[in-house]
Design a protein around this ligand. Structure first.
Ligand code: F0G
Length: 460
């Protein structure tokens, strides 16, 4: 078992969390149709639904909030925000948005049209949806090792360069407006991408004149993995590593709700002036003026400060250490999950955990519902419940490769004892796994977003 890296901060403000009884939770689950998105947060003891926008800000960020300049145009916090992102990424044009998916919307609506192909290690859901919404084709080219849950590899988020070149030749470079690397690779288990992979991707794309973008939500966690796992980077500072990573990028989309250490915000940054100008017009239409993009001046300030704070190596050691600590506790009891642990979450392999529940009965959702029922912990299913769909031509069900349950850890929120409670609860559930039942959907909404709204029951 690994040692816990102590929190590199002390706690100045606290928020009460409530315990509920198993009977209360059973009632709440029934009312929610066993859909965890419909459970009131005040009835959740430990909330691992997402690491997005759920972190705690520092005293320095809260102090920055007080300096918010709420003028409509060119407030002082905008200058700080712009300068911080320019210094961080080396990119010239900065476009503020209220969260990451708007940066994606602005980018893809400007460069993608019918039949255009966007290549990635793995598109995150909203990224994929924004490519599709513009009638483009999103393709995932993560290395094969990245798809095997317990295969140990230091950079399971890497893109397969041979497949990348083959795909570019197949579709023709004129049909590929950009390639986007997600760092770390959320859909693939929060796995990092190596510096070598980013560098070689850029070199390959340069020869075809295709721009490289980074979906950089978790760029600092990725940089920390490069520091501890990639030869030649142990002596470099996080700052130096981050600068090198971004030096290969022609543009960046970012949800600041992750490594921006804030509760809301995002941006798009790029070097192509003509493209930036087109996007800015659209920005005014859907988000707001060029210097606030759907955010208050105080939010811009908190992001600028968060983007500097996140480069602290002590913080990153603790952050990545927390995820590993949770993973190591589960490992010691044989609970199956994606290995090695990534930057922001532990991803349990629900099909291995519950081999008696077929994909058609949503093993991951059964695990999620039972975890809340027994322990008041909220996690997310990323598997058949979220993705299984009917093939429109054959009418047959198509199931995803993996049924995962994500335990995403909010930044600077929970302590070692909270994680111990989580591990103990999951291990208890694992010992009792044979008694868990499959589920069926009894009411669903739009199929692509059904996991937010559907209602389920256990199959008795
Ligand atoms: N890209 C990645 C890799 C993400 O993980 C997310 C959000 C986004 C883009 C979109 O950013 O939410 O600010 O619009 N991920 C959250 C999650 C929702 O739970 O993983 P957003």
């Amino acid at each position: 078992m690994s040692n816990y890296v102590p929190e590199p901060f002390r706690i100045k403000v606290i928020e009460k969390i409530s315990k509920t009884t198993p009977e209360e939770r059973e009632e709440l689950l029934k009312k929610a149709g066993y859909n965890l998105f419909a459970i009131p947060s005040e009835k959740v003891y430990i909330d691992l639904l997402t690491d997005s926008g759920t972190g705690a800000m520092s005293d320095n960020q809260w102090a920055g909030i007080q300096t918010g300049d709420e003028a409509y145009a060119y407030c002082r916090n905008w200058f700080h925000f712009e300068e911080t992102i320019r210094n961080l990424t080396g990119l010239k044009f900065v476009i503020p948005t209220h969260q990451g998916r708007v940066a994606e919307n602005l980018l893809f609506s400007a460069v993608v049209s019918k039949g255009k192909v966007v290549l990635s290690n793995s598109h995150f859901d909203t990224t994929r949806a924004n490519v599709l919404a513009n009638q483009g084709i999103p393709l995932d080219l993560v290395i094969d090792e990245g798809k095997i849950p317990d295969f140990i590899h230091p950079f399971k988020g890497n893109i397969d360069l041979q497949k990348l070149e083959k795909t570019i030749r197949h579709y023709g470079k004129e049909n590929i407006p950009l390639v986007i690397l997600t760092i770390t690779n959320n859909s693939g288990g929060g796995q990092p991408v190596s510096m070598q992979n980013i560098r070689e991707t850029k070199a390959l794309l340069k020869s075809y004149d295709i721009p490289l973008f980074l979906d950089a939500c978790r760029f600092a966690e990725n940089a920390y993995f490069i520091k501890i796992r990639e030869a030649g980077y142990q002596q470099k500072t996080i700052d130096e590593i981050v600068h090198e990573m971004f030096s290969y990028a022609d543009g960046v989309t970012m949800s600041a709700k992750k490594d921006g250490l804030v509760n809301i915000g995002g941006f798009l940054a790029l070097n192509d002036e003509a493209l930036a100008d087109r996007i800015k017009e659209h920005l005014i239409l859907i988000e707001g003026f060029l210097t606030y993009g759907g955010l208050a001046g105080r939010d811009l300030e908190a992001i600028a400060r968060g983007l500097k704070e996140v480069l602290d190596e002590d913080y990153l050691e603790y952050r990545v250490g927390q995820v590993k600590f949770l993973g190591d506790m589960l490992e010691a009891s044989g609970v199956p999950f994606i290995k090695p642990t990534g930057g922001h979450a532990v991803y349990i392999d629900a099909r291995q955990f519950l081999p008696h529940i077929p994909q058609s009965q949503f093993p991951g959702q059964s695990l999620v519902a039972n975890l809340y029922r027994r322990a008041g912990i909220r996690a997310t299913e990323i598997g058949s419940y979220m993705f299984a769909h009917e093939d429109s031509s054959t009418g047959e069900m198509v199931y995803p490769d993996l049924d995962l349950v994500r335990l995403a850890i909010p930044r600077r929120v929970y302590t070692e004892s909270h994680l111990r409670y989580v591990a103990e609860s999951i291990i208890k559930l694992y010992h009792d796994r044979d008694s868990l039942k499959g589920m069926k959907i009894v009411a669903k909404g739009e199929s692509s977003l059904r996991h937010f709204v559907a209602r389920l029951v256990f199959i008795e």
